[in-house]
Design a protein around this ligand. Sequence first.
Ligand code: NI
Length: 470
Amino acid sequence: MDSKIKYVHTGKAGGRRYSATGGRASTGRAASAAPHPPRATKSSYTASGAQGTRPATRVAHQTRANTYVPRRPRRRRSLKPVLAVLAVIALAAGVGCWYFKFRNITVAVNGQSVTTHVNTTIETLLADNDNFGVTPGRLLSVGGNVLDEQGGDVCAVKRGDEAVAAKDFATTTVSDGDALTVENGADATEPNHEEEVELPCAIQSEGHGAVQYVSQWGKPGKKIVAVGETSGETVDKEIVEEATDMVVTSKNLSPKGGKYVAITFDDGPSDYTQQILDILEEKGAKATFYNLGENAQNKPKLTKAVVDGGHELASHTMAHKNLPKLDRDSLRNEITTAFDALKEASGETTQMIRAPYGAFTATEWARSGDIVSCNVLWNIDTLDWKRPGADAITAAALDGVKNGSIILMHDGGGNREQDVEALPAIIDELQNQGYKLVTVSKLMELDGSIPDEVIENKVKLPEGSVLPEA
Ligand code: NI
């Protein structure tokens, strides 16, 4: 032992510093100053307050001028078990994930086994297998026309006996052991929407006979139609309210209370008209004259003379056109201008016509039924325009005559000498047979079945009614 070494108290409990030599106390450099630092030995001890009183002799055994305070080694826990558990959990999760999301399953499609993953949708199954070779349906318009040869359902799928709608392919998954049937796709219809539209009325004709008039006015109905979004086509879906058709009735007249006939003259007035008026007056007979508007404009005094003689004045249209060959506006113009011409010449208002050639079809009624009270044809055609001779004309006029007959003759349109010659005999014979010669309106009045507005020339389209499209 080196006797020169002594220790000093540093004032700190347990803290000691060594002074190397010369008795000088060193405080900061004691350890490094020691020539031979001691090894940490078991003999070293940590001074404490209590130990501070230990004998110096014991300290004298210290060979190093340093204090070494060993830490008690901490016992470390191992992470291995935890990691092992985590690994197991992760593995289990992975396996579970695979099992529930990716494990293979087998389904039967059209009797053939197909392997796929669990949770596969029908859409994916079809795509992965090229739709199993089936043909898609077509995309049709609402009217049934093909818009796209392959625009319909991709295919028709049944799971077991249950059909799966095409719209559900993407959300329906298959299960292990499913039996699927995949067939050609059904046709699909383009997207469409419904609208309520007017249901147009049509025109009907009923009966047969010389006098034609509107017996029922048309009214539109309502219907639901489907309108194709792509095609624009419109298809009837449902009738909400039936339309009421316009009805034109044709009938022969049966005057009550006696025997009546009506002699009628077309194509005037002409230079023969006055002679005819004179004969009628002499015989006490009334007749009906279907004047052409143009002739009434040319010979207004004769047209006026017809009315003044107590006869009936009606229209044979303006210029003797074949009315079914006219469009709607021309037809109405041909009719109204003639009425105006007759009114201008005579002061009389009429809505009665005799269509040239008798040609007035349902189409003409649909186009002008609101301005025509009646179209008057004939029961007996004298064929006077062929100029067969007065006797032949007379014979024809009397052939088959009966109560309510309307007899056709002409006071214009050519040479009417034979008409003038035949007329007295015709009237005499009819009167001898007990017939009274009256106007067509009088025949209608005596018939009793013709609406008053027709007889009185007061026809108009009732409120809420419409003419059919024509
Ligand atoms: Ni004529």
